[in-house]
Structures are given as C-alpha cells and as structure tokens.
Design a protein around this ligand. Structure first.
Ligand SMILES: [Zn+2]
Ligand SMILES: [Zn+2]
Length: 333
C-alpha cells in the first residue's frame, strides 16, 4: 500500500514525510483492517512530525482521524461487519485495568496507545485498530466531511463538556481552526453565545459565518465578561488574556496536547474562583455522544482536501494558518 512514513521528527518545511510502499497491516485478534478513504490532518500530527511530542515509533505513519470501510476482521472480531463505515480516533487502545480506566476516565489511562503516534495511523491506504475503539460513523456526512469529527470534533466536544456551558452561557474560543469550527456549531445548538478571538481574517470570517456574536484578534478583549473560554491555539501567551475575559467563577479550558510556555500572571486574574483545566484525549463515551449529537444537529464541516501524496503540503498549510476549517487527506489518491 501507499503510506506516508516519518522516520525522524523534523520541521515540516523540510517535507519530512516520505510517500512509500509499505505492507498492508494484518488485523490481529480483536482488530479490524480498514481501507482508508480519508484522514483528517490534526495539529497533533504537526506536534508528532516536528517532535514536540517525543518520538515513540520509527518509522511511523501519522494520522488519527481515519475514515474508511472495514475490509477484514481479525480473529474474534465481530462487533462491526465487513463493509461497515468506521472511524479510527486518536485513542487507539487503553489497558482497561489501571485506576483511571476502572474509574471511567480511560482518557487518562496509564498505558494507552495512540493512533498515528505510538502505532501507525491513517496517512495510508490501510490501517488497523481494535474493534472496540473504532466508531460507527453517522450518515449522511461524506468520508471527507466526517474525518475532522474524529479528533477536532470529539476533543472540542469534551472541551465544551468540561467548560460547563449551557443555554444562555457566554463562551469564547481562542483560535478558530478545525476544532473550533465544529465546537461552535454544537455550542450554538445548545443555546450558547460564542465569541471568537483568532488571528487571520479568514478564520474570523468563518467564525462570523458560523454564528459568533463577536470576532476579534487573538488577544483582543471580548466586549462582555464570559462564563467560559476555550484556548484551542497552542499558544501559552493566550492564557492570561483568556483568564482576563472570564467573570468570577469562570472556567478556562486548554484544548491542545501541546502548548508554548504560559507567561506568569497576577493572581488577580485567577482569583474569584476562576479555574484552568486542560483536556487530555477523550473517552469512548465522549466520542459516541458527540457523534450522535453531530448527526442530530447536524454538524457540517468545512474541509480543505489534499491527495495523500501531498501530506507534507497539508501540514505546512496548517502550520502557517492557510487552512480554513479542516485539512483532510484523500487516501484513495
Ligand atoms: Zn488504563
Ligand atoms: Zn487530533
């Protein structure tokens, strides 16, 4: 099969992914083999490719928003049928035995594996995954449109959940990329008023089109105090302005897996029972609940497609803010 291989992390400007021939993986016990049609490009892929996340496998095939149809079942696998459309997410597998898994917090598992990082992912024509960790995907979204739901969508949903917003809440997004452009649709369906602080006219315009009541530059002050804010951009310098935008008791959620250092700030910004919380991965329950909600609303994704062989270009575009909505690889080309 064709696959994009990363031998060693490097700046994406050096085009570190090599399109190469690789063996089609064989599904092991409890796994399914998926013929990949589309794979979303996530900011986490950038962190894997550029080494902000320490390398865990070499070579590795990145990609953890994998959409395709099951082509083959491994031994004892029977939860999905051959031909079913499924999605393979970031959380590839957990041990299901550690204290976190037993407490219903498998997103914090002590011994997890991650798709496209510790095991091969979906920048390829085929991928394998444990059948218990793949999602059935709701119609009628196309494969390309469904791909960004699998990480951007689910993580954004978990951010919304942890933020505690409900109908009538005021919520700001800092950064308006793939996750925010989905989360705003969910937030609005819940009756939440959304404020978007983001650099780049295109991102601001998309936020306005999707119903933000206010758009501004990345560190601008929203015009009212907020119940919650979510920082999606990997920029620690946004934490103080986001805290400043909160009213007393407000919640600040940090949605990324990696963030540049957070500058020091006065205790006054946090005092008043404001809180800061990171989001790490998601549970399968988050994923299932989100996909049901996405089908109900229904969520529409804005997708910028690239052929598989141009994965380096997609990552470069993501890094330099040239993607509006979500970048998705067409793995059939
Ligand atoms: Zn565990
Ligand atoms: Zn991701």
């Amino acid at each position: 099969m064709n696959a994009c291989l990363l031998d060693a992390p490097a700046a994406v400007e050096t085009n570190p992914l090599d399109l190469a021939e690789a063996p089609v993986p064989e599904p092991r016990r409890g796994e399914v083999l998926v013929r990949v049609s589309a794979c979303g490009v996530c900011r986490t892929d950038l962190h894997v490719v550029e080494g902000e996340l320490p390398p865990r496998k070499s070579p590795v095939i990145p990609g953890h928003q994998v959409v395709g149809r099951i082509e083959k079942l491994g031994e004892a696998a029977g939860r999905h049928r051959v031909g079913a459309r499924v999605g393979i997410p970031w959380l590839h597998q957990t041990d299901q035995t550690c204290e976190y898994c037993r407490a219903g917090m498998e997103n914090l598992c002590d011994h997890p594996s991650f798709t496209g990082y510790t095991v091969d992912g979906g920048y390829a024509e085929y991928a394998v995954a444990p059948e218990d960790f793949v999602y059935s995907l709701p119609e009628p979204l196309s494969d390309e449109q469904a791909a960004p739901l699998l990480c951007a969508g689910i993580i954004g949903f978990r951010c919304l959940r942890l933020s505690g917003v409900k109908s009538g809440s005021r919520l700001a997004f800092y950064g308006f990329g793939a996750a925010a452009h989905v989360a705003i649709q969910v937030a609005r369906a819940w009756g939440v008023e959304v404020y978007a602080a983001t650099r780049g006219k295109k991102h601001q315009q998309l936020a306005a089109e999707l119903g933000a009541v206010w758009v501004g530059e990345a560190a601008d002050d929203p015009p009212v105090k907020l119940d919650a804010a979510i920082v999606f951009a990997p920029a620690g310098e946004l934490v103080p302005p986001a805290l400043k935008a909160l009213k007393k008791g407000g919640v600040l959620i940090l949605g990324g897996i990696h963030m540049s250092p957070i500058p020091s700030f006065d205790y006054d910004l946090l005092y008043g029972e404001r809180s800061i919380r990171s989001v790490a991965n998601n549970t399968r329950r988050d994923g299932e609940d989100f996909l049901r909600e996405a089908a109900r609303i229904p969520v529409r994704t804005q997708v910028q497609p690239y052929p598989l062989r141009e994965a380096n270009r997609a990552l470069n575009d993501l890094k330099s803010d040239r993607v509006n909505g979500a970048a998705v690889l067409d793995c059939r080309k």
